[in-house]
Each structure stands twice: as structure tokens, then as C-alpha cells.
Design a protein around this ligand. Structure first.
Ligand code: ATP
Ligand code: MG
Length: 445
């Protein structure tokens, strides 16, 4: 990145870049205008500008300004400071949150730049305030380093980003080796933009994805989870997954799954994962909700099934064996990738329901049908069938048909007299002991 501060910025007027201001959300406009009215600068930055140039709807709007976080707080009462890696301000309008960050100094220009790096050249602190022309150099790719000025709707470009967006070219800012060492997650971001936006990776850095990917091994498991969601919930999960495997970095997310892909002859588990990702893409394309729990349930499914069957072959009762296996796999996985508890609990429920789908009468079957996770578990079951588990045909037909029936017919089919029988005995295990006594009695009484 040497010598970059001498580079000249180009200002591209709105007639040339043709971004439609109406595609910028009202909330983002309120923040831009509010900052400018208070005497500060206000720029839309990052992915939003890139997406607007591509004619895509940005998923969120990030804003950069010369106001300090404290000053931003004073301009917007509906705001709060977020003290993550960098201090930024969230301005909230209803459900929409606009992220406002103060320009930062480029770390190699900043004083004490040595302090900001760990021994491996990794960036650990990057919070010295700066100006627009220092802020630009810390960004990862040229396509992500464009600034849309709220005051005159022009785009400020220091790095040839506009042309790169037009050509769908992914170019790294600065020395690729250094930038990947500073933050290995940038390699995953490159894969994400290539997968989702169909950008072509520059020859200057693409080979490094092979040679430097081992840096990801020491990444933060929490950050890896966030990145995983962006990779797989961006609408192009299937393509992104293929890229991750092509660069052999999928194993940093789910090592057990990757081992199975390499080991299996019939490609059955790979087919299941691909089917799941395809269905995720379809749902996102239709604006339907997706849950991380489903993704987690799919990716760890083979491990869980393996350990559950192992227990069963050693005469552990099936349900106990599934519970043990779920527990074991989730806790192993957390060394690589932090799965927030609410998602791992939901994934466990999806797995346990797979086992319970085999009962088709009585209380247990009714508890499946009335389970909060029934829908997700049923979708999971269908994917298993579609991706090759043909012996599930009857089970799938049964659970498909029964959903369409009126309640009285459902109960008849399940040989259950009344619905309250669905009070699920297994669930009690998860309830705190203290509460169990009174509540469960009241419910069943
Ligand atoms: P998305 O469409 O997924 O939101 P994005 O490019 O906006 O993509 P964000 O994670 O929202 O990604 O980050 C916003 C901007 O911050 C990026 O466009 C980039 O300029 C900068 N940025 C984010 N992460 C990094 C990083 N790891 N290294 C350097 N710059 C980054
Ligand atoms: Mg963004």
C-alpha cells in the first residue's frame, strides 16, 4: 500500500454513475441529510454503493462520516454506540439500523502502527480516526471502496473501483499477501463476492487463496459463524459452497462434513448438502425466511447420525443415543465455529424429530406433528428423501398427507383420542427441574 496517499481521487457526477437515489432507503437518507445539516460529511460506503451500481437492492446501508461517534450520537437521538472491534454508531428507524462509522486512519499511516498488529501481521486494533482519503485504504476490495456523497450525489473513487464494478472485477487494495495476513477472513469475503455477485477474482490474489488459506485455521470461531451466514444466506449458497470446496476452505467451517465428502463413494451426503443449499437459495429468491439452525442441522447431520448409530449398535436406547450424539457433535463443532445456543438447540430438535418420524401412531407421533420445529424437520426429511434415501418414501408420504387433513382426521390416523396427549414427555428433560413440578401438572390436568 506504499505511496497510496499520493493517489488522486476522482469525483464522478450522478449523471455519469447513474445511481438511482430512490434505491437508497429513506432511513439512510435521513442519516446522510442529518449529518450534513449538522455540518459534517455523510457518505454511503461499501457494499451498498457497489450494489447500487450493479442495480441490486443493497441489503443494508453503511455510512461514513468525519463526525466522531460522540458527535453522531448527538445528531441522532435514536442512536447508540456499539463497541465491537471498532466504535461505531447504530441509528435506528423502526426495524432498520443504519451503521455510521467515523473515517479511520489507514493503519500504515497511523501513529503506533506497530501496536496495531500482532506478531503474525494480523490486524488487532484499527480505531484511529482519520479522513476519507485515509479511510479508503483500509477497505478490502476496490469495488467496496467507493463513497457516495450525500451532499451532491457524486461518487468519490480513489482506486478505480467504479470501473472494476462495471467489469465485475474483484481487485484487492494494496498488497494481497499483506492484506490476507492482516485479516484472513478477507479470503472468505473474496469467495463470497465471487459467488454472489459473479465477480472475477484478480490473478494477482487468486492463487493466494490456495497457498494462504491455512491462515483461516486460527480465526475467531464467532466471526467464522457470522461469515458462514453471509456466505450461505446470500442467495447463491450452492455456487459459493462449490467455491469454498474448490479452495479447500470449507473444512474450516465443518471439518466433519468435509471429511465425509472426501470419504464417501456414493456422494450421498454431498447430494443432501447441495439439495439443502439449493432450497435455501430458492427460499431466499422468494423472500421466504431461512434459519441458521437448518443450515447447521444439515452440515452436522452426517456426524450426528454416525455417532447415534454407533451408540445404538452398542445397545444404547435410540432416543438416548441421538441425544448423546447431538450433544457431542455440537460441542465438538464449537472449537471451529461458534453456534449460538438458540440455533444449536433448534438443530438438535430437527435431528431428534428425524428419529421420531418413524413412529406413526400414538402420543409420540402426535408430539411430532404439533412440535414447533415440525416444519423445518419435515423439510429436512424431504431433502433426505429427494437426495437419495429412497427407503424414506412411506414416511415422507405419511407426513406429507397428514398435514393436509383436518385435526379430527389427524387424530384418527394417529390413533390418538385427544390432542392434549401431545404433552411431550421427552421435552421435560430440557425443562429446569424447579419449574417442572407445578407447571406440567397444571398443563396435563
Ligand atoms: P454485504 O453486501 O455483504 O453487506 P459489504 O461489502 O457491504 O457486503 P460489510 O461486511 O457490510 O460488507 O462491510 C462494509 C464495508 O466495510 C465493505 O464494503 C468494506 O469496504 C469494509 N470491510 C468490511 N470487512 C472488511 C475487512 N475484513 N477488511 C477490509 N475492509 C472491510
Ligand atoms: Mg454491507
Amino acid at each position: 500500500m506504499d505511496g497510496h496517499s499520493s493517489k488522486q481521487a476522482v469525483r464522478i457526477p450522478s449523471e455519469t454513475h447513474k445511481i438511482d437515489p430512490a434505491l437508497i432507503s429513506n432511513s439512510a437518507w435521513k442519516v446522510l441529510k442529518g449529518l450534513i445539516k449538522a455540518g459534517y460529511s455523510g457518505y454511503l460506503v461499501g457494499g451498498a454503493v457497489r450494489d447500487l451500481l450493479l442495480g441490486r437492492h443493497p441489503k443494508d446501508f453503511d455510512i461514513a462520516t468525519d463526525a466522531t461517534p460522540e458527535q453522531v450520537r448527538k445528531v441522532f437521538r435514536n442512536s447508540r454506540s456499539i463497541g465491537r472491534r471498532f466504535k461505531i454508531v447504530h441509528v435506528r428507524y423502526g426495524r432498520e439500523i443504519i451503521e455510521v462509522a467515523t473515517f479511520r486512519a489507514s493503519h500504515d499511516n497511523a501513529e503506533h502502527s506497530k501496536d496495531a498488529q500482532s506478531d503474525g501481521g494480523r490486524l488487532v486494533r484499527d480505531n484511529v480516526y482519520g479522513t476519507l482519503d485515509s479511510d479508503v485504504w483500509r477497505r478490502d476490495f476496490t469495488a467496496n471502496a467507493l463513497y457516495y456523497d450525500g451532499s451532491d450525489q457524486s461518487v468519490v473513487d480513489y482506486v478505480g473501483g467504479l470501473e472494476d464494478v462495471r467489469n465485475k472485477q474483484l481487485r484487492i487494495i494494496g498488497n494481497p499477501e499483506t492484506r490476507f495476513q492482516e485479516d484472513p477472513v478477507r479470503m472468505l469475503r473474496a469467495i463470497r463476492f465471487a459467488g454472489k455477485l459473479d465477480f472475477k477474482m484478480d490473478d494477482e490474489f487468486e492463487p493466494l487463496l490456495h497457498s494462504q488459506s491455512a491462515l483461516l485455521k486460527d480465526g475467531s470461531p464467532a466471526r467464522l459463524f457470522d461469515e458462514m451466514l453471509k456466505l450461505f444466506h446470500g442467495g447463491s449458497a450452492l455456487k459459493t459452497f462449490d467455491l469454498l470446496r474448490h479452495y479447500d476452505v470449507f473444512r474450516y467451517f465443518f471439518p466433519g462434513a468435509e471429511q465425509q465428502f472426501k470419504r464417501e463413494q456414493d456422494g450421498a451426503f454431498l447430494a443432501l448438502v447441495q439439495a439443502a443449499l439449493k432450497s435455501t437459495d430458492t427460499r431466499i429468491g422468494q423472500d421466504k425466511p431461512v434459519t441458521p439452525a437448518f443450515l447447521v442441522a444439515i452440515m452436522l447431520w452426517n456426524d450426528v447420525r454416525y455417532f447415534a448409530n454407533q451408540g445404538i449398535s452398542k445397545k444404547v436406547p435410540p432416543m438416548q443415543s441421538w441425544l448423546n450424539a447431538s450433544q457431542r457433535v455440537v460441542s465438538n463443532q464449537s472449537r471451529h465455529l461458534t453456534i449460538p445456543r438458540r440455533f444449536s438447540l433448534a438443530a438438535k430438535e430437527i435431528w431428534i424429530l428425524q428419529n421420531k418420524f418413524s413412529s406413526r401412531r400414538g402420543k409420540r407421533a402426535l408430539s411430532v406433528l404439533t412440535h414447533a420445529r415440525f416444519r423445518a424437520a419435515y423439510d429436512f426429511l424431504c431433502l433426505r428423501y429427494e437426495s437419495g434415501e429412497r427407503d424414506l418414501a412411506e414416511t415422507v408420504t405419511f407426513w406429507t398427507d397428514i398435514q393436509e387433513l383436518p385435526e379430527s382426521e389427524q387424530l384418527k390416523l394417529l390413533h390418538v383420542k385427544d390432542r392434549r396427549a401431545a404433552d411431550r414427555p421427552e421435552e421435560k428433560q430440557h425443562r429446569p427441574r424447579r419449574r417442572r413440578r407445578n407447571k406440567s401438572r397444571r398443563r396435563s390436568g
